[in-house]
Write a protein that binds this ligand. Sequence first.
Ligand code: FAD
Length: 395
Amino acid sequence: MTTTVRTRVAIVGAGPAGLLLSHLLAAAGIDSVMIDQRAREEIESTIRAGILEQGTVDVLTGSGASDRVLRDGHRHDGIELRFDGQGHRIDFPSLVGRSVWLYPQHEVLKDLIAARLAAGQDLRFGVSALHVEGVDTDRPSVFATTAGGEDLRIDAEFVVGADGSRSVVRSAVTGSSTGGYFREYPFAWFGILCEAPPSAGELIYSNAPAGFALISQRSASVQRMYFQCDPEADPDAMSEAEIWDTLQARVPGTTLIEGPVFQRDVLRFRSFVAHELRRGRAVLVGDAAHTVPPTGAKGMNLAVADVVLLDRALRALLLEGDGRLVDEFAETASRRIWKAQHFSWWMTSMLHVAPDASDFDRRRQLGELRSVVESQAGRTYLAEAYTGWPLEGLG
Ligand SMILES: Cc1cc2nc3c(=O)[nH]c(=O)nc-3n(C[C@H](O)[C@H](O)[C@H](O)COP(=O)(O)OP(=O)(O)OC[C@H]3O[C@@H](n4cnc5c(N)ncnc54)[C@H](O)[C@@H]3O)c2cc1C
């Protein structure tokens, strides 16, 4: 027995992209049905991104999704680049008049899920999309299955793949589940969450001879830190003492405040952009469309930028019958996506030590870092990209 539901927009994936899109569409009176294969509790407790661009904060607060970020988040006016034993602060407001906010992704998701459910959104957890049909017609459908094994069919006027890096919708758009521009990196991040007060007031991005480290914060009592590791590293293989020794050796000049490590993971790096972002009545947004290495803090912010653009395009199509913005979506979104790809790749390659780096490569890298911090133009580019290009122009 298959249950069939009808809606205007079928959204696969209740991550930041899917949830924000349904919220923005609802404000324009456009109904959507959203499914996610995971349970609500899992979505709300998975630790991922933590830096929100100013534009992302403006969208969340301006759309009425939540202003909790302004109360519980922390505004950061700069980051520090550390190399060759010295720290160099990049001061965002004086360079570009913008800031970023430290507010964990799962808190954004809690806010958006609460807002969607309070508004009566048809949001189904534990429902997995299997495939999408009819994207070249005006009536595409998502075929899914519930956790209890029942079949669900969603007939819509538009299908949105907001289903993350292992997107199922992608094959309906690109013709293959993997088809895209792709780059892998010979290193990963070993990430920890620990119970300790902050070791620094702002994020420290440190390039040390033994490899990169990022000292980041979560709250007054919980900290997030990372260090460069082998992509094959086993997160359980190191003792806590070894973790702290590794981190401490990579941030000379700062004495890290240690505390019990209660979560550890290895985060592999990939740069990916799907060959196509849209086909007929189906479109990809967020990690389904692209992934970036986390060094530039762009992942979730790029998902939000895609959605702002798509919201405008779907309003024009579904409320006014004007398909021009949908037709232009892929090209317009791609311009920002590739700028973010470049920035994420640049920060990654500038700050990490490649396993096969020669003496020349190492000295050149320090020269590159110096040419950024010692130049107003270099610092300004970094600040502009890190705090995010304005959403208004989107392209
Ligand atoms: C472990 C990890 C750590 C990260 N850390 C950082 C970081 O430190 N900084 C940073 O900037 N970015 C980070 N990112 C990236 C950032 O979290 C993503 O860019 C962001 O989550 C993208 O949002 P999204 O909505 O596009 O996709 P997602 O958040 O991945 O959401 C996709 C949703 O779709 C659901 N889904 C998938 N397949 C199906 C299906 N077949 N049917 C139904 N539902 C489905 C998933 O359950 C998920 O809830 C991290 C990502 C990961 C995976």
